[in-house]
Design a binder for this molecule. Structure first.
Ligand SMILES: [Zn+2]
Length: 172
């Protein structure tokens, strides 16, 4: 019998961008799955000219400032913003498809974890990691099957917030 392909949101822990308004959690790390519908070509701050093929990308970050994760994720989801961070250029050019959050987590642990998968690579050295001495980049090009990615996180004991779990308020 063919194995049913997993439903990311129900089985694996991704949350959809429309849940962002209902998150009641504090600070932590997060992953944002961004899909570029066409090649991105443009200048991004100190990185200079950046060229990225169409496809799925995972941006890993953390939010420990005021507003915590909800404020940060709302910004990532919005398309009407002036680019400030590297990743803003991609969330404007592409679509945020999925998000996961790790309350109190650290984004560099997620980067380490993701790199254990052979198909992962960092297309632009330094992207999103100007302040980080540990990672090649905080933006990763990922294989189309992101279920494998979430399995890798689970193996390391990272459990993304699941839909319906405490932390996402029900719609009133
Ligand atoms: Zn890092």
């Amino acid at each position: 019998m063919a194995k049913k392909s997993p439903n990311y949101q129900k089985d694996i822990g991704w949350i959809s961008p429309d849940s962002v308004d209902r998150l009641s959690i504090g600070p932590g790390a997060y992953g944002v799955l961004i899909r570029l519908p066409r090649r991105f070509q443009g200048k991004i701050g100190a990185l200079g000219e950046v060229s990225l093929a169409p496809g799925p990308y995972l941006y890993l970050g953390s939010a420990y400032g005021s507003g915590g994760l909800p404020a940060r994720l709302r910004r990532h989801v919005r398309a009407d913003k002036r680019p400030h961070w590297h990743v803003d250029h991609l969330t404007i050019a592409g679509t945020v498809e999925r998000i996961f959050v790790l309350p109190n987590g650290h984004e560099c642990d997620l980067v380490d974890c993701a790199f254990r998968l052979p198909a992962i690579h960092a297309p632009v050295t330094g992207f999103g990691s100007s302040d980080c001495r540990r990672c090649t980049a905080h933006l990763l090009a990922i294989p189309p099957d992101s279920a494998a990615l979430m399995d890798a996180f689970s193996l390391l004991g990272v459990t993304p917030l699941r839909r319906g779990q405490a932390g996402i308020r029900r719609r009133p």
